[in-house]
Design a protein around this ligand. Sequence first.
Ligand code: NDP
Length: 290
Amino acid sequence: MSEQPITIIGLGPMGRAMAGAFLAKGHPVTVWNRTASRADDLVARGAVLAATPAGALSAGELAILSLTDYDAMYAILEPAAAALPGKTLVNLGSDTPDKARAAAAWAAGHGAHHLTGGVQASPEGIGRPESFTYYSGPKDVFEANRAVLEVLTRADYRGEDPGLAALYYQLQLGLFWTTSLAFLHALAVAEKSGISAGEILPDLSGTVAGMTGIFGFYASRVDAGQHTGDADRLSMGAASVDHVARTARDAGVDDSLPAAVLAVFERGIAAGHADDGFTRLIEHLANPGV
Ligand code: NDP
């Protein structure tokens, strides 16, 4: 049986990896990219480079969008709107939940289905069984396309609301980017102090591995609304973060990251919560004006 034709619009590292995964499974793949030369390698492997976005859409029913954000989708597809009726757009670009909801309504207005996706993998992870992607949108549309989407990663369907996949994705990315920057900050302080990244890596990795237990402890307290200072107190946390910031400054390293963390602790203390635990800060994060 011949495989389903796939259209891929957007050939950054992610779109190229996705097109490669479909080609490897024998799917006919049609691609379009603003910078056409990024398709060269895929064309050499059998992909068809469409001359226009409308031409790419007309190659099949399923179009995967791998773009920087949803504005890029409008820039590409608004002029191709006549080709949208009957298509299923699987939008795997990053953006906010509200943007995803607006895009689903926009697609429906043009007679197309829209599935929101949030890919939890690097380009190297595409086609690997441990990778997954959050999806949301119409369940029947998702189920009709689940098997072909699982060529890319395992599919984790979260519900009908088009914003849900974007929400889960951004929750993960917030943790990812802030943790990655904290890691880089630690490496900068270490390097300025004569310790290489490779030397400190096992220590930092051990701390991150232990964070899952700490997350579990904090999550149960947050769900219970229990913010007592029996395990740690905000006054201790603020002093500790201040030491981190000063250590960075003394090493000649930018301290804006620990300074931003310290500012949140100080808001909690200014509100009279110096003797409460770390999780009390969730009230300040959830209510920025308070
Ligand atoms: P890139 O930003 O490298 O590529 C994005 C694509 O969007 C390119 O094809 C680019 O075209 C196109 N594009 C951007 N703006 C416009 C525009 N205004 N008009 C037309 N085309 C436009 O992203 P990646 O390939 O790395 O990632 C794609 C998506 O996947 C992003 O949303 C990203 O957040 C997400 N993602 C990426 C991961 C990664 O590790 N790379 C991991 C998980 C998710 P051109 O080539 O012409 O510039």
